[in-house]
Design a protein around this ligand. Structure first.
Ligand SMILES: Cc1cc2nc3c(=O)[nH]c(=O)nc-3n(C[C@H](O)[C@H](O)[C@H](O)COP(=O)(O)OP(=O)(O)OC[C@H]3O[C@@H](n4cnc5c(N)ncnc54)[C@H](O)[C@@H]3O)c2cc1C
Length: 455
């Protein structure tokens, strides 16, 4: 059988190669380190963790990334197996000894049947490779970046992410905020109430500007030194250019009338736009920021209507290479323009070690099933894995502003909460119910996968 080629031996590529080999399909894993480095990696090990050593919360009943862990363990994930074997104490989180973890992943792949590791940079993708998984991550080598650009087009590949915070809809106080598009203009979807608006009076605006100017910011590392595009200036940089600048930019109040107090003209308005097809997640328009995460939570909760905001993700700006997956990839993670290529990991627009490995896991299984001539659907949208794939291959809504995403409950279809007394208890019961449904559905999908491979 001709092999599947996986380019990049990071979190996603190592997991993809493992899953392919476990399905009995030969795989060549191409990793350019140690011959050619990246600005962040330090070793030649596969699956090196470039920064923190945490896989985050490990509780499938209460946390979406914990649910992803649980699903991946059921799928025989190499990354989770080695993570579990090299745990360090971290309370409810799964943290790992980074050296032991990466060495274990490397050793398991070096010893695995069906796996060949080629220590080389892939600059161009040979036409003879019939099935390829591209998993070269946020620091894809410049030569391969050029190749990807030629496949996707200039405007479909980003070089850094400029992320505005994303808020869970049910945490916004709609007794203060209201739905309206500026000048009641219907958008392409025909909706004149496409935005959620939060009003600020003059004192609130001045206090808000003081807070974002004074708040602690993360600094770029030297290699992260990317120029700001005018279209995605951090909100605090905008305020540094002039206290009134945000009020003439993303916070302008024109064309909007407060539905709760039509007689009072807001001095400024924070707008949120729907971010996913389910309508559960809303992003703060124009609020990309380098404020530290704790400061973002504190300051953005002073915005009227957002006092109890729960953030699905906070803002940031990083060096990152990722493609416009919702436009470019099909539900099987294949490039529509060249379906022999699949993409996996951070380059698909997911964010985080665990999410990157999870997409590698799915890409590996889908590629192996295809090579074996078996039809395998992507994981169901009720699973954390399926929800993540659904988001990057179609669930995300905001067209040109696709930005990397962590797994979170807002990506999964809502479920009726079992009866419980308090608000907190209801929330916990709902998360548990989502987890129970997801684990049952991932088991069914894994069963289907095993059946497809056996036929
Ligand atoms: C500086 C930095 C810090 C981060 N910190 C965190 C964090 O603390 N926690 C977190 O959850 N996420 C973090 N991330 C985000 C992300 O989760 C990680 O980058 C993660 O490693 C992504 O997994 P991946 O497999 O997609 O890419 P990677 O793990 O980066 O793997 C890609 C691999 O491809 C190789 N490669 C690149 N180009 C080629 C080529 N042309 N040919 C052959 N091989 C190639 C690279 O050497 C690398 O080994 C960070 C990202 C960066 C850039």
């Amino acid at each position: 059988m001709t092999p599947i080629h996986v380019i990049g031996g990071g979190l996603a590529g190592s997991e993809a190669a493992w899953q392919i080999a476990q399905a009995g399909v030969p795989v060549v894993l191409h990793e350019m380190r140690p011959h050619r480095g990246t600005p962040a990696h330090q070793t030649g090990d596969l699956a090196e963790l470039v920064c923190s050593n945490s896989f985050r919360a490990d509780d499938w009943e209460a946390n979406a990334v914990g649910l992803l862990h649980a699903e991946m363990r059921r799928a025989g994930s190499l990354i989770m197996t080695c993570g579990d074997a090299h745990q360090t104490p971290a309370g409810g989180a799964l943290a790992v000894d980074r050296v032991g973890f990466a060495q274990a992943v490397t050793a398991r792949l070096e010893a695995a049947a069906n796996v060949t590791i080629a220590r080389e940079e892939v600059a161009a993708i040979p036409a003879a490779w019939g099935s390829v998984v591209v998993a070269t991550g946020p620091l894809t080598s410049p030569a391969l970046t050029e190749t990807i650009l030629s496949l996707t087009g200039e405007d479909q590949l980003a070089f850094f992410d400029a992320i505005a915070p994303i808020v869970h809809l049910d945490s916004i106080d709609m007794g203060v905020a209201w739905r309206q598009s500026r000048y009641d203009k219907p958008g392409p979807g025909g909706d004149a109430a496409a935005y959620i608006n939060c009003p600020l009076d003059r004192d609130q605006y001045e206090g808000f500007i003081d807070a974002i100017l004074a708040g602690p910011k993360s600094e770029f590392r030297e290699w992260e030194n990317v120029p700001y595009f005018d279209g995605c200036l951090p909100i605090e940089v905008m305020a540094e250019r002039g206290r009134e600048t945000p009020r003439h930019g993303p916070m302008k109040p024109v064309g909007l009338s407060n539905a709760h107090r039509p007689d009072v003209k807001p001095w400024a308005v924070v707008q949120l736009r729907q971010d996913n097809a389910l309508g559960t997640l809303w992003n703060m328009v124009g609020f990309q920021t380098k404020l530290k995460h704790a400061a973002q939570t504190e300051i953005f909760r002073t915005i009227p209507g957002m006092e109890r905001a729960v953030f699905a993700r906070l803002g940031g700006l990083h060096r990152n290479t990722f493609i416009n997956s919702p436009r470019l990839l099909d539900a099987q993670l294949r490039l529509k323009a060249d379906p022999r290529l699949r993409f996996a990991g951070q380059i698909t627009g997911v964010e985080g070690y665990v999410e990157s490995a999870a997409i590698g896991l799915a890409a590996g299984r889908l590629a192996a099933a295809e090579r074996l001539g078996a039809a395998l659907d992507p994981p169901p949208p009720t699973t954390a894995l399926g929800a993540l794939i659904g988001h990057i291959t179609g669930g995300h809504l905001s067209g040109g502003s696709f930005q990397p995403m962590n797994i979170n409950y807002g990506l999964l279809p809502p479920i009726e909460a079992p009866a419980a007394r308090g608000r907190g208890e209801r929330g916990r019961a709902r998360k548990r119910a989502v987890g129970v449904r997801a684990l049952a559905d991932i088991d069914r999908w894994l069963g289907a996968d095993a059946r497809a491979a056996a036929e």
